[in-house]
Write a protein that binds this ligand. Structure first.
Ligand code: SF4
Ligand code: SF4
Length: 471
């Protein structure tokens, strides 16, 4: 049989194959497994096996079809979207911060710019908003986010921008976001953000001991927990209805005790009703690599994930699920449960999953007016810059980032995890430019993650989960 484009998965209950062309998953027996993996001949199959294989083929499975060329299907359309249909812009109002968090991408531990005194001036901010207006002719809704450094160092500029947005976008629905450490969230600022219906994301890692380990003031001598929790408490006091617009973001450091952090977010009175998003300390572009080998945490996280899976199977109630594993548990239904299944083969010319539409999904303008695909990229890497607000988008740079898979085309075209890949230009950046080796070094981790998601999905399905539960 011609080599089908498939991947085998083994769970406690048997062997499955994942068919890359159709995205279908099918349980198979040992004989079929041996045959499809080239370890036995067709003569070793029984009639029933041949029937099963024929059925799979009828559904479009087991096709040897492979990708022939890497080229993103949106390549020819992205210029028009960027010119006319922008819906959002994140504005870096300052490159300074009153904190010095150890794992901040601007801390000096990463290939990126470092905190400095550069502030966005009004002319640049106004030009950025004008740029957004000129590129959003087809959009009825606009979102403007304020980012730093610590954006509240420039609260006057933020207020001026909001006022200008109401004039400039008066025929569109405008919404605002802010990412902040909350230490400078004055009563006046809280009232302003409530009046303007901002969505606010506040960084808070856990109880004092945990938060202060990494999040200190700029003098690096004092922890910041007390002031942050006091300010969040103040929102609760003077604007209780506004709390629904607040999200917390916790960065999980494997050196901290996961169980302690879980208890904190479940029980601390000031924040227990606030949604928490999580991410692990960022390893991408970090100068010294992070080792994650805290066995106690690993077991705790597995336990909490297990409870999350029990929720998906309707065996426990939602309140039992740790806020810290919601994203990982949701991923199974979101990424695998909702995958597109099709009888048609993958197009001969396409691109692996991973990159956003640079400039469309999370466009970011820095304090100098340079444009980047998002706030997570390395601002010192020239290849990450996709233009500026004065000369417009650099379409060639946009297309290069959109087609990042071309630098590892040979590997991507034969990769079974192609549809679920999460790598974009950011993960190929060596600090100066995008290089294939840096991207390829992360492939094993990507494939392991997808493999685990598929296995979790299979086990849940076998246990009767219909993925109607949402977290
Ligand atoms: S991290 Fe990558 S995929 Fe995500 S928004 Fe930024 S550039 Fe796009
Ligand atoms: S995991 Fe690696 S080889 Fe596979 S699609 Fe992603 S970048 Fe390409």
């Amino acid at each position: 049989m011609n080599n089908p484009f498939i991947h085998f998965l083994e769970t406690h209950s048997g062997i499955y194959l994942f068919d890359v062309n159709t995205n279908m998953i099918s349980k198979i027996n040992q004989r079929i497994y041996k045959y499809l993996s080239g370890r036995s001949r067709k003569e070793d199959l029984v009639d029933e096996d041949i029937l099963i294989i024929d059925n799979m083929k009828d559904m479009g499975m087991l096709c040897p079809n492979k990708i022939e060329k890497i080229n993103h299907p949106m390549t020819d359309f992205i210029e028009d979207i960027l010119e006319n249909s922008l819906e959002r812009l994140t504005i870096q109002v300052t490159q300074n911060c009153n904190f010095r968090c150890e794992y901040c991408v601007y801390s000096g531990s990463y290939y990126n710019r470092v905190h400095n005194n550069k502030r966005m001036d009004w002319d640049t901010a106004k030009a950025a908003l004008d740029f957004l207006e000129q590129h959003s002719k087809n959009s009825s809704e606009i979102n403007v986010s304020f980012y730093g450094g610590e954006p509240l160092l420039e609260i006057s500029l933020i207020k001026r921008c909001v006022e200008y947005c109401h004039v400039r976008f008066k025929r569109k629905k405008v919404s605002f976001n802010l990412t902040t450490n909350a230490s400078l969230l004055s009563d006046d600022a809280i009232e302003f953000f409530e009046k303007e219906n901002f969505l606010i994301m506040i960084s808070l890692d856990g109880p004092k001991k945990v938060h202060d380990k990494n999040r200190t003031f700029a003098d690096k001598k004092r922890g910041t927990y007390e002031v942050v929790i006091e300010r969040i408490g103040r929102i609760k006091e003077i604007a209780p209805n506004f709390l629904k617009n607040v999200t917390l973001n916790a960065v999980l450091d494997d050196e901290n005790d996961f169980a302690l952090i879980h208890d904190y977010f479940a029980n601390e009175p000031v924040i227990k009703d606030i949604f928490v998003s999580t991410n692990y300390v960022n390893d991408t572009n970090r100068k010294d690599k992070i080792t994650q080998n805290n066995q106690k945490n690993y077991i705790e996280i597995c336990n909490e994930k297990f409870i999350g899976l029990m929720y998906l199977m309707k065996r426990v109630t939602k309140d039992k699920v740790s806020k810290l594993v919601v994203r990982e548990v949701s991923d199974i239904g979101e990424r695998i449960g909702k995958r597109t299944v099709s009888k048609q083969v993958i197009p001969a010319i396409t691109h692996p999953g991973g990159p956003c539409l640079p400039g469309v999904q999370r466009p970011f303008v820095n304090a100098y007016g340079k444009l980047f695909p998002c706030e997570r990229v390395n601002e010192t890497c020239d290849e990450m810059c996709i233009g500026n607000i004065y000369d417009g988008f650099d379409i060639e740079s946009v297309k290069r980032l959109l087609n990042i898979g071309q630098i590892t085309a040979e590997s991507c075209m034969h990769c079974w995890a192609f549809n679920f890949c999460t790598q974009c230009g950011v993960t190929a950046d060596n600090g100066e430019k995008m290089v294939p080796e840096v991207r390829l070094a992360k492939c094993e981790a990507v494939r392991n993650h997808v493999d685990n998601l598929l296995k979790d999905y299979i086990v849940l399905k076998e246990c009767g989960c219909d993925f109607t539960q949402t977290l």
